[in-house]
Design a protein around this ligand. Structure first.
Ligand code: AMP
Ligand code: MG
Length: 585
């Protein structure tokens, strides 16, 4: 049985329906070609050879009239139980997956702060010009309902910081409906910050500008890094006063409300299943899981007696895969609770996240996370905890034998994660084939980076930009991150090991290696200080910083003049060290 489970896991690693384009696709085929992420990252685009004709066709077909942009909630409403109580008053909700909930319009004037053309045109097939209209401001902020929309708030629960928190749910988000695009993809449109719902608890249903700018930019940045994520279509800011004690120190400030229009193939989370299981609503649990499998795990047959096990195995693998990808770009989610943990293994619910600067496995992006539960180096462990909770939620649907098998699948999670991480870091270092010392080579490098506080992103990037000869001569002028790293007393030992390893890749030309490495090691990531500068401007209704960052982070693997001028690949400014991000949003 053990071998069967192991085989199941490994088969799924190879065959499961991970989004087709992400870093690991390159890693799996490390011996062949691994080219531009800029192309690979956009799941909303076809392959590069088809790009030209596809864009030509789509341009003429883009919708210009928002009143003809139709969404639908029918599939959700006819398949899943809906709350029979109406109204946006806070309450404990039972026996349903959704509550109908109408958004509360924000106080105007409303302003369009940012828009992702890639999402608006590539996924929603709208002419980006429509985003300049008054109607768009209303539709995308909850002031008017799109044709076909029956706005819904989703009921879910969750384990927060290790403890069962009971009912949570969409307390400030509304699912507007599903959009079926011409490629046959179904996307769920959600607005966040659109007012109270039955799940608002003591919250006001709003989101402030700073957290909305961060969510907007990071969703898009992660997508272009090739990491599975929800997407962001637009960011609208308002004059609605919103009161926040940002650092929980009694200093309440008046901020302004904002709304992000965000998209995912599905917003269901571990907490979506947990609440039904915890409440003993087992028929609803089965109904929801069957729906999720039917729509999003289409390779699983509805009559397969092992379907829930295969589902679980896929989520286990998808989670290992996703967290390995986060690790590969130094991304720490910040609040990796089961309610923020997608069943489709995409990154969702951007809050107090952070990208590593100086390499530090103990990096905690969220100042509210006192114990460092979600520190950089513990994310895989947090993923394991969340998968244990998913298993607990699924228990009523498993036979005893399946429960044991599911546990064995879970036992493989750490191995799968480590295997992924090894693949990823090998690719980051341009290594081909197998060598039993690869693990040591990588661990040695990371330890030196930790000791010398070298910048995570730029160390890998600069290693991708320097020829083997130049590396050998240790000539790192204008390579500030490598300069820092090379101050380590064991640096030349590591370098010799690395150069020897590279020299064994006889058929690999140095230029090819650099090209491969540059396509997986970004030059620009959304560092807190970069987001902070854009936020400060946005709060003054100057959205140029957001626009610039969106533009630059849409091609994170390509050196760009404007980004260099802005210092985005330079040593971070001193004030960046003082920045703090809390859970307040
Ligand atoms: P988060 O930590 O952002 O994932 O949120 C955890 C829970 O708190 C979710 O149920 C959110 O909907 C809810 N929540 C967070 N902020 C607010 C708010 N301002 N108003 C209402 N609910 C909120
Ligand atoms: Mg959340």
């Amino acid at each position: 049985m053990w071998n069967t489970c192991r085989a199941l896991v490994l088969a799924l690693v190879a065959a499961s329906n991970f989004p087709r384009v992400h870093v690991l696709d390159c890693f799996q085929s490390a011996d062949t070609d691994c080219y531009s992420h800029a192309n690979a990252a956009s799941s909303s685009r076809p392959s590069s050879s088809a790009v030209k004709s596809w864009w030509n066709v789509s341009f003429s077909n883009l919708t210009r009239d928002l009143d003809r942009f139709i969404v639908s909630c029918e599939k959700l409403l006819e398949s899943l139980p809906v709350d029979d109580v109406n109204g946006n008053f806070v309450r404990t909700v039972k026996n349903c997956v959704f509550s109908k909930s109408v958004p509360t319009p924000l106080r105007g004037p409303l302003r369009l702060a940012a828009v992702s053309k890639d999402v608006i045109e590539g996924i929603l097939e709208l002419d980006v010009a429509v985003t300049q209209s008054e109607s768009f401001l209303l539709y995308a902020s909850g002031g008017r309902l799109l044709p076909g929309s029956v706005p819904l708030a989703h009921r879910y629960g969750g384990h927060q910081f290790g403890y069962w928190a009971g009912q949570l749910g969409d307390g400030r988000a509304h699912l507007l409906g599903q959009y079926l695009n011409r490629k046959g993809e179904v996307w769920e449109l959600q607005i966040k910050g659109s007012g109270k719902t039955p799940y608002s608890r003591s919250g006001d249903g709003r989101a402030v500008i700073r957290s909305s700018v961060r969510e907007f930019l990071c969703s898009e940045a992660m997508h272009f890094l090739g990491i599975p994520t929800s997407r962001a279509a637009s960011l609208i800011v308002s004059e609605e006063p919103v009161f926040r004690d940002q650092f929980y120190d009694g200093n309440v400030k008046t901020e302004r409300g904002a709304v992000v229009l965000r998209l995912a193939k599905s917003w269901f989370r571990i907490g979506s299943l947990e609440i039904l299981s915890e409440s003993g609503e087992i028929d609803h649990l089965r109904t929801l899981l069957n729906f999720i499998i039917d729509k999003h795990f289409t390779f699983i047959s509805a009559d397969d007696p092992e379907k829930y096990l295969v589902f679980y195995s896929t989520v286990v693998n998808g989670t290992a895969h996703l967290i390995a990808q986060w690790t590969s770009v130094g991304f720490a989610h910040g609040v990796f609770n089961t309610d923020n943990f997608s069943l489709l293994s995409i990154t969702i619910d951007y809050g107090p996240f952070g990208f590593l600067e100086s390499y530090d496995p103990n990096f905690v992006p969220n100042t509210s996370d006192d114990e460092g539960r979600y520190r950089m180096g513990a994310q895989a462990e947090a993923g394991l905890f969340n998968l244990e909770k998913l298993l607990l939620a699924l228990r009523p649907l498993f036979t005893q034998k399946q429960q044991k098998q599911a546990k064995m699948i879970l036992n493989e999670y750490t191995n799968v994660y480590q295997m992924r991480v090894l693949q990823i870091f090998k690719t980051k270092l341009g290594l081909l084939g197998e060598d039993e010392e690869d693990n040591d080579l990588i661990a040695f490098l990371l330890k030196m980076m930790e000791d010398t506080q070298s910048d995570f992103t730029m160390t890998f990037r600069q290693l991708s930009e320097v020829s083997a000869n130049q590396l050998g001569s240790m000539n790192f002028t204008q390579m500030w991150a490598l300069d820092d790293l090379s101050s380590h007393k064991l640096f030349s030992d590591w370098l010799n090991m690395y150069l020897l390893r590279l020299s064994r890749q006889q058929s690999d030309r140095d230029l090819d290696r650099l090209h491969r490495m540059q396509s997986v090691n970004p030059r620009y990531v959304l560092r807190n200080w970069m987001a902070e500068s854009a936020i400060r401007k946005a709060e003054m209704n100057d959205f140029s910083g957001v626009e610039l960052l969106l533009h630059i982070l849409s091609s994170p693997f390509v050196t760009q003049h404007t980004a260099e001028e802005a210092g985005y690949a330079a040593r971070p400014p001193v004030w960046a060290n003082r920045l703090k991000v809390s859970c307040s949003s």
